[in-house]
Design a protein around this ligand. Sequence first.
Ligand code: B16
Ligand code: MG
Length: 216
Amino acid sequence: MKTKAIIFDLDGVLTDSAKYHYLAWKTLSEELGLTFNKEINERLKGVSRMDSFQIILEVNHAEDRFSVQEKEKLIEKKNRIYVDYIKTMTPDDILPGILPFIGHAKKAGLKLAVASVSKNAGALLSALGIADQFDYIADAAKIKKSKPDPEIFLDCAQGLRVEPENCVGIEDAQAGIEAIKAAGMQAIGIHVTITSQEPDIHLQSTEELDFEQMIR
Ligand code: B16
Ligand code: MG
């Protein structure tokens, strides 16, 4: 099947903002006396803010500790910590290999989209100076189901007016790989901690992205 579009995840693919999500959740968890570590963090990749907090609470057997309003306030607090981190980000924070890969794809006439469930995606893409490189950026506020549901990837395909079978998705999270495959697309994984479905191509870093070799 001919590739007509490439759909990028943001956190962990275009830039390493995943580390700031981790640090922000760690700060909040420590304040609340909750256990939080890299293993738990892996499960939060591609998962919405509230769903992420629910996972942390579940792991700590603390599902009933806070009311809905308290949870809303706490995730807002996590977001303020995260937003402070990403304020420091610049075009220098785009991961290696991404800009040449985007350049090749555009030259070949492919459409490009961003499938991030982050409500900070617009601000982050602007800070990186690449918002205008994409033909479509999914609006996380309109996406009802977190990855591994295929909703956000199907929304991007629709936004680009390209059939899912002609799309390639690039993800760093297991939930994202499952979402891409469930959408009927080809998946490129970047340093994914694989616990179930494997991507079609698995790379250790964005530096290994090679347009000529990987996109048909
Ligand atoms: P926010 P992605 C996801 O972005 C992150 O992987 C996930 O860790 C985060 O909880 C989610 O965005 C929501 O982000 O709190 O900024 O709305 O990987 O889909 O680009
Ligand atoms: Mg990601």
